[in-house]
Design a protein around this ligand. Sequence first.
Ligand code: ZN
Ligand code: ZN
Ligand code: FE
Length: 760
Amino acid sequence: MEVRKEILVAGIVQGVGFRPYVYRLATNKSLGGSIRNTPTGVTIEVQGPPEAVEDFVSRLPSEAPELAQIMQVFVRDIPCRPDGCFEIVPSHSGERMNTLISPDVAVCADCLSELFNPSDRRYLYPFINCTNCGPRFSIVRGIPYDRPRTSMSIFLMCPECQSEYDDPTDRRFHAQPNACWRCGPQLEFLDARGRSIDCSHPMQAAAEELHAGKIVAIKGLGGFHLAANALNSNAVGRLRERKRRVEKPFAVMVPNIETAAQFCNVDDFGRELLLSRQRPIVLLSKLQATPVAEAVAPRQADLGIFLPYTPVHHLLFASGNFKALVMTSGNLSEEPIAIANDEAVARLGSIADFFLVHNRDILLRCDDSVVRHAAGKTRQVRRSRGYVPVPIPLARSMPEILAVGGELKNTVCLTRGNEAFLSQHIGDLENAESFDFFREASSHLCKILEVQPEIIAHDLHPDYLSTKWALAQVGVRLIGVQHHHAHIAACMAENRIDGPVIGFSLDGSGYGTDGRVWGGEVLIARYSGFERVAHFPYIALPGGEAAIREPWRMAVSCLHHAFGPEFRKLQIPIIRDLPSNKIDFVIQMIERQIHSPLTSSCGRLFDAVAALLGVRYQINYEAQAAIELEMLARQSADSFAYPIALVRGDQEWKIDIRPLFEFIANDIRDGVPSEAISRRFHNGICELLLQLATQLREAFSIRQVCLSGGTFNNSLLLEGLSGALEAAEFEVFTHSKVPAGDGGLSLGQAVVAAEVISKP
Ligand code: ZN
Ligand code: ZN
Ligand code: FE
């Protein structure tokens, strides 16, 4: 007796070797039936003896190829019918394919062993790949995902590649980027002006130049990297100078996990992240004595480190025997990463001495992702290559909404069904190039998901380029979402909770509903709205943007707030260090309210304390002062918490930071080490938020707390606060799938907008 079952599988199951896998599973058991791609995944029919069919069904999800991401499986009995062998059948034409495109994936172990096997026909071939690995998202022009709609369309497969491609039992069955020395993309070595350098081994030439201390721009998976020998201070220094990147740390690629352990503390979590198929840049604490040039990550406790993820990287390390290479995005300061060869030469010609390029086009730029492990979870600092476009599962089905994010670290988000698709990291929308990338990334996302959103969610800031773009769209419904509400909603959505929650939304800045610059916000939040029950006190931001670049201005502003004009009598170094005319100037701005918007920013408070401690009067990259302040605090185990007063009002709790600054000023005067002061400050913030949460729980009977906003990139604060809240029996929700910072904002905007439109 035979049975026949129909199995519907939804998820990332196309272009990842799923059909050949199912084919092998079925034919091994001599089952009949078929498999075909459908709009939501694949449909399988199997027929055979009941035990064999049962076994097939149970093994199907558990033994699936590594890249497959099965979201749902439905099984039902259907009538038997006579058929022969198991078959892979074409999909019905004209169907809307709601399937998902896989992210770009690091080269797999099978391909690697072929790459270095002298008897393999792809020995040392820099573009080796298979259905388990290789480029996906970055080479896709449209859907469905097949070769003519990728940048591989111009390469005609040779007979050998074609027969692998056509063979369901082959690892390269329907591997769209399949290629070899004979038929696929090739490397080329160029000089700084883009002229081809005649050489038989471009890879060897690149390795030699890197050894000679030169800077080589290398075309990667989602864009160009600028590479330099990380052990050569001169090379790294030159890269900094030419890239106009003063101090922001560079990421370093090392050949293997053993080498990583010579530079950083690699624990089990770090190891797992480094070796994951997404191959992100992982932030790990630097070892005391590391051979990496100091200029790679000046004054940093952490190093961003990652492993080779393309065959090109592996070959480069094999050719040059490098211990560590700086591999930083191929761009000038904050512009998007370069992807096309001519574009790279035009934009990076003044930085790179040479170019290692190839003729497989990158259709969509996608920077490296940056992650770390903190407070028990993976934290996304920058979610991009390897993770995008894997959807974030939502608690319920949503209308189709495009959310356009904020201004800094922009991402966009598109919802479809019960999934949210975040774009790759787009960056700071401060120049025309980034804005072009923003438009390109949003339209591409709509295209590959086949969504024409009629609802657009945006930030309330009228000057954000993303807001302006949204407001210029016609025939759509627009929904503005407050920045800090969006942060908390993003945290609720990724944790699939409904609220109401106590939301601590802490960051540098976001546009408030009162037109002021918010950033230290305590909300009782639901998707549909929020009450602002407390916020950090409003402090003048003397000079606006200038106060962000120059934390000493915030220090003066906070001292003025705490002590009044008398603060100049304090016996602390900052008063002596700063020219008194500069202090006068800032005081005048504050007192006369000239170009001094008020801010409740938590980030600026960290800046002020950092400046008071002499950590930093000026910054060279975003959040630098706060990052260096956190590093100091980590070196102290002091348990004292500076007092921050909390006063309960009618509707609102008032936070008073004046005692905080009195204690800090006294400690500085008394010569307490900066490490301890910084630690006491961190402890003070934790203690304040714990007190607030406790009082809010009493007042509102809510015990769920969400922590969101860029300030929670501070893992000392994240660990300290979530630990303290959990100890006090709160249910604490944090980010792990999307960034806590503005990179996660678009998700929050989308879920808030969905709720708003559902109400009449
Ligand atoms: Zn492979
Ligand atoms: Zn070939
Ligand atoms: Fe923010």
